[in-house]
Design a protein around this ligand. Structure first.
Ligand SMILES: [Zn+2]
Length: 365
C-alpha cells in the first residue's frame, strides 16, 4: 500500500492540488475515483504547467475546489468495464477535451467552440496523483506511448496541438516566411512545431530577452531579434524584402498585436495565440487591414485532428520539445513551480506525483 493510496473508511485516497481561491492552492487528499463504464484510471507520471492555468489562478478563473491541469502523461492503473483497447500498466497521454464532431461549430471546423468541447474529461484534473479519464477521451483522445517516446516529449501533445491548430488556421504555405512574437514556452514550441510540420518555413523569433533568443537559435530559428526596427530588417531579409507571410503572437495584448501587424507583409496574416489582459481593447490603423488585405485571426485550443497529427510527429521523432522543460517539481511544490513560471524564470515546468505517490504502490487493486 503506497502513501498516496491510503485507505480511509474503505476508500483509497489520492492527493491533488486543489484551488483555494485568491490564486492559492493546497495539496489535499481526496478519494481515488473508480473507473466506470468506458473509463480509465491513470496514475500520474507527468503533468505540464500551462499558461492558461496560471491565468486562471491569477484572475480568479479557478473556483475554490477546482483541480487544474490538462497536460497529462500517466500509467493505466485501472480499467473500467467495456474498455478493450488498453491494458493495465500502459503509458498513455490523454487530451482533456473532445468535440462532438457533428454540431454546426464542428461541421464548420470550429471544433473548439463546440458545446461538448467545454467539458473537462480529466477528473479531478491533471495535478493529481490519480486521474480519471472520461469515456469520450478514452475512446478518441488517449494515445498509448511507444517506448522510445519519453514522458517529457509526450507531455507536449496538448500544447503542441494548440500550436499546430494556429499554424493550420493561418493557411501557411510550405515555404512561408514566419515571425513569432515571444520566446516563452509557447513561442519556442511554435518554432519546434513549424520545424516538424513545415520544415520549409523560414522562422524569425522575436523577444526582448537575449538569452531566450540564443535558445531560439539553438532550436533552429533562421533569424532572431529584439522587438523594434532591427528585427523588421531581419524579417525582410528572410522574406525577400517583404514582411512575414504569417506572424504568430504568443505574447498577447494590444501592443504586441500592433507589432505583429507591423512585421507582416501586405496580404499577410497575424495569428493571436495568447490571452490579452482582461477587457483590453486594441487600437490600430484599420486601413492596415483594409487597403493592405491583412487578416488578424484568433486560434483557440486544439481539436482531435491536431492532436492526432502531433502524436504522429512526436512518435516519428520530428517533434521533440523535451528541451523546453527547465523545472521539475513534485505536486507538493506546485506553488513554487507556478511562482517560477509566473516570474518567467522558467520555460516549461512539469510536475511529478506527490512524494508518497512516487514510492509506487501499483497492485493496490
Ligand atoms: Zn460539436
Amino acid at each position: 500500500m503506497s502513501g498516496a493510496a491510503m485507505v480511509a473508511q474503505g476508500k483509497r485516497l489520492t492527493r491533488a492540488v486543489v484551488c483555494q481561491g485568491g490564486g492559492m492552492t493546497a495539496l489535499q487528499s481526496c478519494p481515488v475515483p473508480d473507473p466506470g463504464e468506458g473509463e480509465l484510471l491513470l496514475r500520474l507520471r507527468l503533468a505540464g504547467l500551462s499558461g492558461t492555468d496560471l491565468i486562471k489562478l491569477s484572475t480568479q478563473g479557478a473556483l475554490p475546489g477546482t483541480v487544474l491541469g490538462h497536460e497529462l502523461v500517466g500509467t493505466i492503473e485501472a480499467i473500467g468495464p467495456g474498455v478493450e483497447d488498453f491494458e493495465l500498466g500502459e503509458r498513455v497521454v490523454a487530451a482533456p477535451r473532445v468535440a462532438c464532431g457533428v454540431c454546426a461549430f464542428c461541421r464548420a471546423g470550429n471544433e473548439t467552440m463546440c458545446e461538448a468541447f467545454k467539458e473537462n474529461l480529466l477528473y479531478p484534473g491533471g495535478y493529481s496523483d490519480f486521474v480519471l479519464v472520461s469515456r469520450r477521451a478514452v475512446e478518441e483522445a488517449t494515445f498509448v506511448l511507444p517506448d522510445h517516446v519519453s514522458d517529457e516529449q509526450a507531455v507536449f501533445l496538448e500544447p503542441a496541438a494548440c500550436v499546430l491548430r494556429g499554424i493550420e488556421r493561418s493557411g501557411l504555405a510550405r515555404r512561408a516566411s514566419v515571425a513569432v512574437l515571444g520566446c516563452g514556452t509557447m513561442g519556442l514550441l511554435h518554432l519546434l512545431v513549424l520545424r516538424a510540420a513545415f520544415p520549409g518555413a523560414r522562422v524569425v523569433m522575436v523577444d526582448p530577452d537575449v538569452e531566450r533568443l540564443e535558445m531560439a537559435k539553438r532550436l533552429g530559428a533562421d533569424g532572431v531579434g529584439v522587438p523594434g526596427p532591427g528585427v523588421e530588417i531581419v524579417v525582410q531579409e528572410l522574406a525577400g524584402g517583404l514582411g512575414a507571410d504569417v506572424v504568430f503572437d504568443t505574447v498577447g495584448g494590444a501592443a504586441s498585436l500592433e507589432e505583429g501587424i507591423g512585421l507582416s507583409r501586405s496580404g499577410g496574416t497575424v495569428v493571436l495565440f495568447s490571452h490579452a489582459p482582461e477587457h483590453m481593447t486594441a487600437s490600430f490603423d484599420l486601413n492596415s487591414l483594409f487597403t493592405q488585405e491583412r487578416r488578424v485571426i484568433g486560434t483557440y485550443n486544439s481539436a482531435l485532428k491536431e492532436q492526432v497529427r502531433v502524436f504522429q510527429l512526436i512518435c516519428e521523432g520530428a517533434l521533440d520539445a523535451a528541451p523546453l522543460v527547465t523545472h521539475r517539481y513534485g505536486l507538493e511544490d506546485f506553488g513554487m513551480g507556478a511562482a517560477f513560471a509566473k516570474r518567467q524564470k522558467a520555460l516549461k515546468v512539469v510536475f511529478t506525483p506527490s512524494q508518497g505517490a512516487a514510492q509506487g504502490g501499483s497492485g493496490n487493486d
